[in-house]
Design a protein around this ligand. Structure first.
Ligand SMILES: Nc1ncnc2c1ncn2[C@@H]1O[C@H](COP(=O)(O)OP(=O)(O)OP(=O)(O)O)[C@@H](O)[C@H]1O
Ligand SMILES: [Mg+2]
Length: 191
């Protein structure tokens, strides 16, 4: 299955993460991700929705796509009957880009969240042995978000649901260096 191929490839790439952040349109990213995930959601009777109010972000589109595929895949897998998964992308304080994936599924205790972020640890492996996975997706998402200078937070409540939020900073502003006397003075004193 396509999604599994993608997940596997990412794991191979874990050792050598290439980051190319640039001003990027978000709509194509979201459209690709939704197209990849909607059939899986439908097959499990999970309602997959999205709400994107930001147009562009200073991101690596390939990495963001991989993060979203992983997080939505988790939302679909660790769900309850007739559950829902929601992706939202918006601007926070007209500055940071806020990407969130939220579900109303199995949820985790704070201790379980902590362990879920450890490679290979699978919180629901015992209670839900038929759900497959390797336990790498979530820590990988955190690494990929941080590689884009993002802040990755998991909020979860057992039996209620999980929300994963990534805050991504804007493109740094170019600082125009004055070519006047102070710079020349600074350079000659440093020499
Ligand atoms: N949205 C979620 N709701 C509840 N539990 C979750 C959620 N996302 C992750 N978990 C728990 O955290 C564990 C680790 O998640 P992670 O994505 O790293 O691994 P996985 O889904 O088991 O395998 P894979 O490597 O294929 O992603 C999962 O096994 C699951 O128990
Ligand atoms: Mg996973």
């Amino acid at each position: 299955m396509l999604v599994n191929d993608i997940l596997d490839t990412q794991k191979v790439e874990l050792g050598a993460l290439d980051v190319h952040k640039r001003d990027s349109a978000l709509r194509p990213v979201v459209e690709d991700v939704m197209e990849m995930m909607s059939l899986g959601a439908e097959q499990q009777s999970i309602r997959l929705t999205h709400d994107v109010t930001a147009e562009r972000g200073f991101i690596d589109p390939r990495l963001l796509k991989q993060i979203l595929v992983n997080l939505i895949s988790n939302g679909i897998k660790y769900s309850r009957p007739n559950g829902s998964v929601h992706l939202s992308i918006s601007m926070l304080n007209a500055k940071d880009l806020r990407v969130a994936v939220e579900d109303d599924g199995l949820g985790m205790t704070p201790e379980e969240v902590e362990r879920a972020l450890t490679p290979y640890f699978r919180v629901h492996a015992k209670d839900h042995p038929t759900i497959e996975g390797t336990g790498l997706g979530l820590p990988l998402c955190k690494s990929m978000a941080e590689a884009m200078d993002g802040r990755f937070t998991v909020s979860s409540e057992k039996g209620v649901g999980t929300r994963i939020e990534i805050l991504l900073p804007p493109e740094p502003e170019v600082e125009w260096v004055s070519t006047g006397a102070p710079l020349v003075a600074a350079l000659s004193s440093a020499a």
